[in-house]
Design a protein around this ligand. Sequence first.
Ligand code: SF4
Length: 560
Amino acid sequence: MRRETQLEGRTDALDLLAHFPAGVTPRPEQARLLAAVADAIAEALDDPAAARVVLVEGPPGVGKSHIAMTLARWSGDAYLLTSQKLLQDQYEREFGAELQIVKGRDNYACDRYPGAHVPTSRGACRRPRGPLCQCPYVRAKTAALGAPIFCANTTYFATLRHWHAERLRRRRLLIVDEAHNLEAQLAGVYTAGFPPAEMRAWFGGPLPHLASADDYRALLVEHLDRLEARRAAIGRELEALRPPELAADLFLRMPPSRAEQELIAQRDNLESAFARVRFFLDDAGEWIMRYPPDPDATLELVPLSVAVMARELFAESAELVVLSSAHLGPKSVLAECFGLDAGGMRAFASPSPFPVEQRPIVYRPVGALSRSSLAALEPALFAAIATILDVHRAEKGLIHAPSYAAGARLVRDLAARAPAHARRLIWVESTEAKARALDAHRASSVPTVLVSPSLRDGVDLPDDFLRFQIVTKMPFPDLGDPWTAARRERDPRWYALETAKALVQAYGRSCRHAGDHGVSYVLDAQFERFLARYRVLLPEWFLDAAEPALRARGSSDGTE
Ligand code: SF4
């Protein structure tokens, strides 16, 4: 018998362009992509066995957020997920009134303590005997749950859906924007992490280094009682914070002290760890242990595959799923990653709307950079970077460093080698420092240059904010990370595709709109080898710029 679905009976609504956000004319690439997606949806409407996962790939400048909004508006019933809060803010700025945004509790202030800036995660209701009320967070979540377009970041959504039994009803459409990050984000949602301070508080000291994640199963079963005991102890400590002579309601009228907020945060961490440990213990899949040998290391237990979780997320969240990104790669790799049947997916890709002259690649290899060769090749690498900085002495730019350690060495080297250019550098020493560094870069009247290993993704630096960028080392995922190493062992194509996606993301910073331009330098000779071997994993619009760069290099070497 034919299964009834919410999607049925909507074939009349397939003029997707009619739902394009008002005030903007669709570009030809957007119109073509939407027409192709409309066909896939029409098929899904007519045939319950048709593909229900649609991949939409479009390079920077195509306007994927407008495509996502068109689909969400057409459905009238969508979850729209972004990979970062920065992108969520972008959606809010562009389409504010049309979608209802909800963020994690920490982003809202408790109404009960105006002026004290107590986040709702530590608000009055989180204190012993605290009242239940409708806070800005609850209001935002309730509004989003009732709105035609619920917009959240992917991690928040997956966490809410899995760990807290709130009913996120099945909708017509789930759109995951920047979906190239989805696997890593889902792995993060299910990871059981034990930072050193927590291990001391919960277990009296660091957990031992065992041979594999599985070896922690028996140990953690034993420790569940200790976690429970610690949770009860925190509850008692919280109760004891109120001076006995002070009535509970009077105490609750005072904002929680720093000590009380810390205890509430500890209790939340403990509860979250408890839930994740239970999930780890109940899950029969393969898990990977991250536990570096240094004494202050964090122990993490990470699921090797998120296939089961992703399949469940897709199936339970919506009738139809759209995954969107600049580049997602072959369906077969994605299908394996998300536990899907490749036949149940349709993929549509757009070319770049910008001529290659506005987004050229210049290939200037200093040698094949790898973990083992990096130290020997760094002097040549740093010299090449100094030369490029000199050429672009009046322009802002971005240097993609190989790692935080190598980035710090580069900054030190340039201070001695090219002090005038070193003063232009804005060193981004951690992911937390990103937003502040980007603000400083945008605000400065000097031709500043950002240096970071973590600005490949989700960073918008149009026009004069970026006229050149340097890809130092090819962005191979770090095989020193046990999860990455195990994932590659299971599927070498996955590792190559992750590299291709990271490279394409970095390249995508260079030209953001029709009137923009920016040059990308690539200094790693592995670029050439990678292209020769994995051309098929890269989109045409990237190859349009990469192949002339290789040819130009070949002819300047006399190898052509
Ligand atoms: S529900 Fe009320 S008490 Fe709790 S955080 Fe929100 S405003 Fe504060």
